[in-house]
Design a protein around this ligand. Structure first.
Ligand SMILES: C[S@@+](CC[C@H](N)C(=O)[O-])C[C@H]1O[C@@H](n2cnc3c(N)ncnc32)[C@H](O)[C@@H]1O
Length: 272
C-alpha cells in the first residue's frame, strides 16, 4: 500500500475535477482512443454475480491473502448469472459507467455518487437527457462515507476513481459494506503501460510526455489535471497491488483482467 500514499488532499482533487468537468468526456475519449467505452462495457457486464454466488452467499472461504492466486477470469455465460437490481457507482464523475450499467441491465437501478459538484451536475444532466432518470439517483457524496445502509446493493463499481481516493482502504471497505454477501465489487483502473518492445516504448513516450501536454492544452491547462493523471498512475503500482488491497478489504475470488490497450485492468471481487 505504501506506493499509494501520496494522493493529494481531497479538496485539491475536488477542485481539479471541477476544473476539467466541462471537457472531461471529450478528453477521456480522445486520450484513450475511444477504448474507455469498451472498458466501461466490460465493467458493467462484470457487476452481475454468478448464480452460484447467490446460493453460497456468506460462506467466505478464508483464502490466504499472500498466496491467493490472482486469476484471469473465464467469462460466465449470461444464463449462469443473476442480473443486478441495485448497483452503486462510486466516484461516478460524469456518470458514464452508471449509464453503461443502466443500459446493459434494463431492470437495474443505480445510485451514482461523486463529491465534486460540477461532475455531479454533468452526470445528472446526461442521465436525464438519456431518459435513464427514473432508474437513477445521482448524489453528491463522499466515497469514504457513503450515505447508504449496509448490504443494500447487488454490486458496487468504480471507474478510475480508486486511484484518486485519499484513503484507498477506507474507500474499498465502503464499497464492500454496501454490497450484500455474494455481491460484486468491480473496479476499472489505469496502471503503467505494460509490455516490451518498440510499441510499448512508443506508448510509454506518449503516456509520459505527450498525454499530459495534450490534456492540459485541451482542458485549458490551468489545473495540471493530466500531469497529475500520469503521476498518480506511476505511483499506483502494479495491478497485483490493488487486487491484494481488495482481498484485504474482505473480497474473495479477486480477479484481474488486463484490458485492450495495455494501460487499464478490470478488478472483480465477491463479498464473502
Ligand atoms: C477520474 S474521475 C472518474 C470518473 C468516472 N468514474 C469515469 O469513469 O470517467 C474520478 C472521480 O472521482 C471523484 N472522487 C475522488 N475522490 C472522491 C471521494 N472521496 N468521494 C467521491 N468522489 C471522489 C472525483 O470527483 C472524480 O469525479
Amino acid at each position: 500500500m505504501a506506493e499509494h500514499n501520496d494522493s493529494p488532499h481531497p479538496t485539491a482533487i475536488r477542485t481539479m475535477f471541477a476544473g476539467v468537468a466541462r471537457r472531461y468526456d471529450l478528453l477521456n475519449h480522445l486520450l484513450s482512443g475511444g477504448l474507455d467505452r469498451r472498458w466501461r462495457r466490460r465493467a458493467a457486464d462484470a457487476v452481475a454475480c454468478s448464480s452460484r454466488d447467490r446460493k453460497v452467499a456468506g460462506t467466505y472461504e478464508g483464502r490466504c491473502d499472500a498466496c491467493a492466486p490472482i486469476e484471469h477470469p473465464p467469462p460466465l455465460p449470461r444464463r449462469a448469472r443473476t442480473a443486478p437490481r441495485l448497483v452503486i457507482d462510486v466516484c461516478t464523475g460524469t456518470g458514464d459507467l452508471a449509464m453503461t450499467v443502466l443500459r446493459q441491465w434494463p431492470r437495474c437501478r443505480v445510485v451514482a455518487c461523486d463529491f465534486c459538484r460540477p461532475m455531479v451536475a454533468r452526470a445528472r444532466e446526461k442521465v436525464c437527457r438519456a431518459g435513464l432518470g427514473p432508474r437513477a439517483a445521482v448524489v453528491e457524496a463522499d466515497a469514504l462515507a457513503l450515505p447508504l445502509a449496509d448490504a443494500v446493493a447487488d454490486a458496487a463499481c468504480c471507474a478510475f476513481g480508486v486511484r484518486n481516493l485519499a484513503d484507498e482502504a477506507a474507500g474499498l471497505s465502503e464499497m464492500v459494506r454496501v454490497v450484500r454477501p455474494g455481491g460484486r465489487v468491480v473496479a476499472l483502473e489505469f496502471h503503467r503501460p505494460r509490455g516490451r518492445g518498440p510499441l510499448a516504448a512508443l506508448f510509454g513516450l506518449y503516456f509520459r510526455r505527450i498525454l499530459p501536454r495534450l490534456g492540459g492544452w485541451i482542458s485549458g491547462g490551468r489545473h495540471g489535471g493530466y500531469a497529475y493523471l500520469v503521476r498518480s498512475i506511476e505511483a499506483f503500482g502494479p495491478p497485483e497491488r490493488l487486487a491484494r488491497a481488495m482481498q484485504q478489504a474482505g473480497l474473495r475470488d479477486v480477479t484481474v483482467e488486463p484490458l485492450p490497450g495495455g494501460i487499464a485492468s478490470l478488478y472483480v471481487g465477491t463479498r464473502g
